[in-house]
Design a protein around this ligand. Structure first.
Ligand code: GAR
Length: 197
């Protein structure tokens, strides 16, 4: 039986689209819902155009009450009964209660070569530090932010004249290759890390 995948995102959803588009043919998983916390995000229409059910849960009315937001998110996810939750640029921090509930089933993509540059503004910080290479990481989600066992990494060179924007664009291309490759393995029960290129 196919694994059921929920994808959570906040922004343009390009990783969400790459994941949805990868789950065809003999892939061991299928997308069952795309969830966004920003109703204005263009990504919801992209998921709908691909025939994937969508749910918008605006976090703003919860005014910082994480537990209340998560309770609605939990009910929403439970209705779609996912085996795997993919965070694809979902820019909310979770309580330990939420993480503990879904632990072992959640994976996340982060735009740095973890353990370097957890948190925000990863590309600017990598450039500031004079790194020769940058990249992205897919990892299991655990209680520590941007931590958890690494399931895959893709590296790109930092080029002369790079700005955070040009570097982000180069890394994003790799995210769209790495994340589907990791999801495919993870859904098949294989947690062996993938290294790209
Ligand atoms: C991606 O670069 C992803 O790695 C990053 O947000 C972007 C979302 O882009 N995630 C984080 O920074 C998580 N801390 P997308 O909406 O086009 O997939």
């Amino acid at each position: 039986m196919s694994k059921r995948v929920a994808i959570l995102f906040s922004g343009s959803g390009s990783n969400m689209v790459a994941l949805i588009d990868s789950m065809t043919g003999d892939h061991p998983a299928r997308p069952v819902v795309a969830v966004c916390n920003n109703a204005d995000a263009g990504g919801l229409a992209k998921a709908e155009a691909r025939g994937v059910p969508t749910e918008g849960i605006d976090h703003r009315p919860f005014k910082g009450d994480r537990a209340a937001f998560e309770s609605v998110l939990n009910e929403t996810l439970a209705r779609h009964a996912p085996d795997i939750i993919c965070f694809a640029g979902f820019m909310r921090i979770f309580t330990d209660t939420f993480i503990s509930h879904w632990q072992g089933r959640m994976i996340n993509i982060h735009p740095s070569l973890l353990p370097k540059y957890r948190g925000l503004n990863t590309h600017a910080r990598a450039l500031e530090a004079g790194e020769a290479e940058a990249g992205c990481t897919v990892h299991e989600v655990t209680l520590e932010l941007d931590d958890g066992p690494i399931l895959g990494q893709a590296r790109v060179p930092v080029l002369p004249g790079d700005t955070p924007q040009t570097l982000a664009a180069r890394v994003l291309e790799q995210e769209h290759i790495l994340y589907p490759a990791v999801l495919r393995r993870f859904a098949a029960g294989d947690r062996t890390p993938i290294r790209l290129p």
